[in-house]
Design a protein around this ligand. Structure first.
Ligand SMILES: *[C@@H]1O[C@H](CO)[C@@H](O)[C@H](O)[C@H]1NC(C)=O
Ligand SMILES: *[C@@H]1O[C@H](CO)[C@@H](O)[C@H](O)[C@H]1NC(C)=O
Ligand SMILES: [Zn+2]
Length: 261
């Protein structure tokens, strides 16, 4: 990655300045046509990310990890400790750097339980939070206009990188932050059908919306990855509290977690 960025900067210097650099032969392998074609935009993207820091209360990694584990726990509560589609989300209000923050709602992928293909964990949580925040019997009782204004304070934690649909919804909402565990790249490597477009690219192309959402990647991925590793690899270890079903070979809750016989 560093070498790509370096190459990008180097190439953009070569492309944008009238100075002609003589490159040592050992650098030539970097300069494929593809690199030359993409380099200026890569360099520009790096600059965009670096020059637009968000004003945000500093939140410790410990707190980030706590909420990522809560996104995993949302799966336990809503589906199972090892659902096939282990996409869980929690939406949090980080009110001050000293507190953990307030959870507003949770969500989990509900496609197989509802048939609705848009109900990825993030969309399910956004729908759920909208309901929670506007509930006339709830604690918030917000109007629709107040809900629209509320997203900019909130952070969405999700077990895996938002797909283009969800990344777009997160940007339309104008969340303050989006934090994810397992990357799309890792999901694809593990055998998941995914649209191969990183959420960072959606975020970088959404400046015209007039809002900013900070993106934090790979938070606690070592703990979220196992939730996605077993579905297409019979040799992978099951997530915590789950074991291989001797018949179907899928990961199922261990007997201890089932109803006592
Ligand atoms: C989030 O926290 C801020 C700061 O305490 C508060 O003003 C805001 O109302 C909270 N938002 C929600 C939806 O609870
Ligand atoms: C919505 O979020 C609330 C609060 O976290 C939770 O109790 C409830 O189970 C969630 N409902 C759905 C459908 O995810
Ligand atoms: Zn999605």
């Amino acid at each position: 990655m560093l070498s790509r960025i370096f190459t990008a900067i180097l190439v953009s210097v070569v492309v944008t300045s009238s100075v002609i650099l003589i490159l040592p032969g050992s650098w030539l392998p970097f300069l494929s046509l593809d690199t030359l074609h993409r380099a200026p935009s890569l360099a520009q993207r790096g600059a965009t990310v670096a020059t637009t820091p968000l004003e945000i209360v500093p939140i410790s990694l410990r707190t980030r990890e706590y909420w990522m584990r809560e996104a995993v726990t949302a799966l336990h509560g809503l589906v199972s400790p090892c659902p096939f589609a282990a996409f869980g989300t929690v939406i949090v209000n980080h009110t001050s750097p000293d507190d953990l923050g307030d959870p507003i709602c949770i969500g989990a992928n509900a496609m197989s339980s509802t048939g609705n293909p848009t109900l990825h964990g993030e969309i399910a949580a956004i729908n759920n939070c909208t309901a929670v925040l506007t509930d006339p019997k709830g604690i918030y009782k917000l109007s629709p206009a107040e809900v629209i204004a509320a997203w900019k304070d909130l952070t969405l934690y999700t077990t895996a990188e938002p797909c283009p649909m969800c990344a777009t919804a997160i940007r339309w909402a104008g969340f303050r932050e989006c934090v994810f565990g397992t990357s799309i790249e890792t999901l694809i490597r593990m055998g998941w059908g995914q649209i191969d477009l990183p959420s960072s690219e959606i975020f970088e192309r959404s400046d015209a919306l007039g809002t900013k959402t900070r993106l934090l990647q790979d938070v606690l991925a070592k703990e979220t990855d196992p939730y996605f590793a077993w579905q297409f690899d019979g040799a992978a270890t099951c997530p915590v509290d789950c074991e291989r079903d001797s018949g179907a070979g899928t990961c199922v809750p261990t007997a201890d977690n089932e109803v006592d016989l």
